[in-house]
Design a protein around this ligand. Structure first.
Ligand code: SAH
Length: 222
């Protein structure tokens, strides 16, 4: 089989940045070998699409570092038949990785221009199982709840209880929690009336801005 340069770069990204650092979920690795990340970044950054870092996508926002996408996706412990909510669509890349793995993805984004561009990218690549919604995802998206997984790709000051409420029993919420400069990737697992909270690793995200996140007038870092 002849691999394109993009495919070679993508496989290298997975081998050196993701597998080498301990991500071993075969569904996550396969999804990240498949999704054309270079088509989710602005054309000026295409050559850096497979580099080990986040990249700007406009409006002060970023597409996450590939390793972080992999770690967060693995932390959701997906098998394939789930419905997942993503808060913070951004470029749509994380949504595409999820869409490779699960039946249905709902992704909510507060900046309409980003939501619209992400939807276009996703549809042009044939991802029909992703629904993109414009709104304040710090409140979740009750219309499609409950979710087996919720992934928040922006940093929150604390765990929004409304998101926990929208999890199915046994469902997992993966969310960066901390101040606006650094956070701890946190997994909340709903177990009946209780929750199990695990702190996974340090991370740096743009702020979650909304009712249960940071207030609108707070400076948006990065
Ligand atoms: N997952 C994205 C990266 C997201 S960057 C990707 O794969 O490209 C974080 C995104 O969260 C930004 O686009 C930002 O606008 C969005 N965001 C911040 N607060 C939000 C909120 N309350 N609801 C929905 N989206 C939000």
């Amino acid at each position: 089989m002849i691999l394109s340069n993009w495919e070679k770069k993508r496989n290298q990204m997975v081998d050196l940045q993701i597998q080498a650092r301990g991500v071993d979920d075969p569904l996550v690795l396969a999804a990240m070998r498949k999704v054309p990340r270079h088509l989710f970044v602005p054309p000026d950054y295409e050559d850096s699409a497979y580099a080990d870092r986040p990249l700007p996508i406009g409006y002060g926002q970023t597409i996450s570092q590939p390793y972080m996408v992999a770690v967060m996706t693995q932390a959701l412990k997906l098998q394939g038949d789930e419905r997942v909510l993503e808060v913070g669509t951004g470029s749509g890349y994380q949504a595409a990785v999820l869409a490779e793995i699960v039946d249905h993805v709902v992704s909510i984004e507060r900046i309409p221009e980003l939501a619209e561009r992400a939807l276009k990218t996703l549809r042009s690549l044939g991802y029909m199982n992703v629904e993109v919604v414009i709104g304040d995802g710090s409140k979740g998206y009750p219309a499609r709840a409950p979710y087996d997984g919720i992934i928040v790709t922006a940093g929150a000051p604390e765990i929004p209880q409304v998101l926990v409420d929208q999890l199915a029993d046994g469902g997992r919420l993966v969310i960066p929690v901390g101040d606006s400069f650094q956070q701890t990737l946190t997994r909340v697992t709903k177990k009946g009336e209780k929750v199990d909270i695990e702190r996974l690793e340090g991370c740096i995200f743009v702020p979650l801005v909304g009712q249960y996140g940071w207030k609108e007038n707070r400076p948006e870092s990065i």
